[in-house]
Ligand binder design. Structure first.
Ligand SMILES: Cc1ncc(C[n+]2csc(CCOP(=O)(O)OP(=O)(O)O)c2C)c(N)n1
Ligand SMILES: [Mg+2]
Length: 298
């Protein structure tokens, strides 16, 4: 292990482990995140898989956790930060940690408000691409072509995944970044950078879900790596909404390699896979354009 990693464990410190499913990408994301943050933080977590992973004396988290209402994570976190500042406790980090449902859908309005005010908090969207804790219902983060319990294979999701990074970049916040568990050094470096940055920080973590996406639980890290190598989930940062930085050039693996190891995509015909590949290529080219064009303008 490199020096980036704290040897401390901040979640699931008792023998019983955590409360998530085997192979859960969210539990691993949270473990890495807390190793980068340390215990001087308060996490605000809406209902979802995360509270059942950490919120119990049995699972024994080292930091304080508030469970907010589903749609109000960011504003809970902003209020806590303000209260701590008034008390002079400025060193304590306040983190909002929402699922994709709580972030892309229900909490988007308060997230936008906190970002626009540039409140000094870190907001993490731990994205498992559906409302997983209530049984894998579709969200606006579910990818086009994927199945969920509300999109059976005869009616897979028709709409594209919402581009949350573009939305957050449009708020001109000091720092936004994508990360995923298959690249733990990259994830930890980004969390440390967010911790050192003053103002609003947004981290979009892709967290593979063996239960909802339907793949074998030992393949979570492989699925996460394939998401990056196929360009389905590029690793990049955005500073102040204008400076785009790509952290990893993909190795050009076709999207089919990512799709075929998850049963949620098993109904796709080859023409549909080609269409998804085209979408991914277009989005990647746009990101590359933003990186070169916008940076050169500065
Ligand atoms: C206002 C409100 N609506 C619905 C629920 C029920 N609910 C609890 S957890 C959850 C799913 C959360 O999905 P997401 O935010 O993606 O987190 P995940 O469970 O996937 O980690 C829902 C719908 C709720 N608690 N409050
Ligand atoms: Mg979810």
């Amino acid at each position: 292990m490199s020096g980036l990693y704290s040897k401390e464990e901040y979640i699931a410190r008792t023998k019983g482990g955590h409360g998530a499913c085997p192979g859960c990408g969210l539990a691993l994301s949270l473990r890495l995140f807390t190793k980068a943050m340390g215990e001087d933080m308060i996490m605000v977590i809406p209902p979802g898989c995360t509270p059942v992973t950490v919120m119990s004396p049995q699972f024994n988290a080292a930091f304080s956790v508030f469970v907010s209402l589903f749609g109000s994570t960011a504003v809970f976190a902003s209020g806590l930060k303000t209260a701590l500042t008034i008390r002079g406790e400025t060193d304590t980090a306040v983190v909002g940690w929402g699922g994709d449902g709580a972030t892309f859908d229900i909490g988007l309005q308060v997230l936008s408000g906190a970002a626009e005010r540039n409140d000094d908090i870190i907001y993490v969207c731990c994205d498992n691409e559906a409302y997983q804790n209530t049984g894998n219902q579709r969200s606006s983060a579910t990818p086009r072509g994927g199945t969920t319990s509300t999109n059976p294979s005869r009616a897979p999701k028709a709409e594209r995944k919402k581009d949350i990074m573009q939305i957050m970049a449009g708020h001109h916040i000091p720092y936004a970044a994508t990360a995923t568990v298959g690249f733990p050094d990259d994830l930890i470096k980004k969390i440390k950078k967010a911790k050192e940055t003053i103002g609003f920080k947004f981290i979009h973590i892709l967290a593979p879900c063996p239960t909802g996406w339907s793949f074998r639980s030992e393949r979570s890290v492989e699925v996460s790596r394939l998401a990056v190598e196929t360009n389905i989930f590029p690793l990049f940062e955005v500073e102040h909404g204008t400076r785009f930085i790509i952290n990893r050039e993909p190795s050009g693996v076709p999207v089919e390699e990512y799709l075929k190891i998850q049963s949620r995509y098993k109904h796709l015909a080859s023409g549909q896979i080609d269409a998804l590949q085209k979408e991914v290529d277009e989005k990647w080219n746009r990101l590359k354009w933003l990186t070169t064009y916008k940076n050169n303008k500065q």
